[in-house]
Design a protein. Sequence first.
Length: 552
Amino acid sequence: MNKQTIIGIAVLLAIVAGGVGYKLVSSGKIGGGSSVSMSAEPQKLSLTRTGGYTLEKIKMDGEEVPLIKIPVVTWGGYAALFAANGGSKPNKKSLFYKNGRFVVEIIREENPNVHLEGYAAGKYPIIWSTMDTVPLIYDALRSDKRVIPQVFGIFDWSFGGDGIIVRGDIKTPKDLRGRKVVTSGNTPSHFFLLWLLAQSGMYASDVNVQYVSDAVAAKDAFISDTSIDACVTWSPFLYEITDSASKSYVKDTRLLITSKDANQLIADVYLARLDFIKEQPAIVKAFSQSMLEGYDEFNKNPQPVYNEMAALFKLPGGAHEAQLMLGDVHIANFPETQMFVDLENPISAYKIFYLAQEYYKGINSLPAAASYDAEAVIWKNGLAEMKTKKMFAQQQNTVKNSFNKLGSFNIADLENKKIVLTEDVQIYFDPQKINFDFSSDREEISKNRRDLQKIAEQMEVLGTTMVKLVGHLDTTKVDEFKSQGPQVFIEASAQAKLISKKRAEFIKTLLVDKYRCDAQRILTEGRGWDQPMDAKDQTRNRRVEVKFLSFE
């Protein structure tokens, strides 16, 4: 039950392309005389080399077949992948070949930085990551549109596999204030810590965070250095440290929290390069379909998967250890995947993306002005087609009750009702509304109709024109939320983006339904509170901006 190095692409702080080393703050001696270097700041992701992708070919039974190599770390969440592929080796009996006439090879590579370098260079067009790291990947790669990540499915949610270990008199999260905590920076472990601190009304600056290269190093540092009060890591290290029967047991330690308590927070996703998904959509859709069929195959007959995982990952406990790994994850099926990419879900891919973005802006891992839209990294075409075909109707959603429902706000929470009207808003919305009565004879709505007519005419005249609709909220309640502490403000900021996007989606619906505009040429985005136009006249902030993107 090993989860070596870091969860998915999350070792973003590893040295890349001859990158920068850590500023040594302190080090702890571990077994064998080695040491763990720690830094007061997490290292940012820096990639300097990108390129076009290569679709490899392999000869099988006299046929030249496309080959997709997928590097993975040791982790139980890949069960459906092993089931769909019939093991780790490329073979024609796999669901991938059946559905898409390509084969897959699963490669064990415990350094996820190698995954990311291969992805950027074009060696691995499909990789895995965690949703919370996608804003960091997007920020690092957005200058080259070919490699912009497109999340098109989910492997699993961590369900106890990630956790925080404490020692001494620490009983509650608030007891972490002023204590030394070791974690790998800009990773799911780091995200988990930031989330817990925010839930407890604290900022990262309230804790003495020390950063190491990965969660294995975090475990080693915690064992060897008794001045470290808490450590963020995953299984099996969670149990190696806290289980009195373990050789690595550390006396007087306990689990403060695991991802069972936040059971949809850390989501392992699969993503593809933008150029690959545009040029090879059939492969991407077949990959997604095969993964969801693999879910059924695994549930019907899990033993072959345990055997194959044990062999590839060289698990000392064999197939039994592989089986134990599955106790720390929840493999996602089709309705659960749909829920994950649903804008309405309180802890969806969108919400995780926006939450992580706010957390990382707060510690300068992302630019303070960053306002990236989750829509730019979520690709739902394959799922939409499967839904239309009524595939996987027998699969049931078993994770409907999100742990984070109480973290959602509605538009009445986020905007004030008492706002004076002005004339220079492009698309007008009443306070606390995400839609309006299209047939109303009010002057504000008549102006909206005139603007919508102009947009439709522009799209018709210029056949290559794309329209981007950017939703915003007024900022009347920003200070109020800030005064209630970091958790409330960050949750509200993320929710503001989601709700402002709904305003943009409403305008898109009108353009498609009322004016027969091409939905494929309309993009939507939610900026929430991030770009107010006027500090005094809040009506100018409560708007949907219209941007024309013509490629003629």
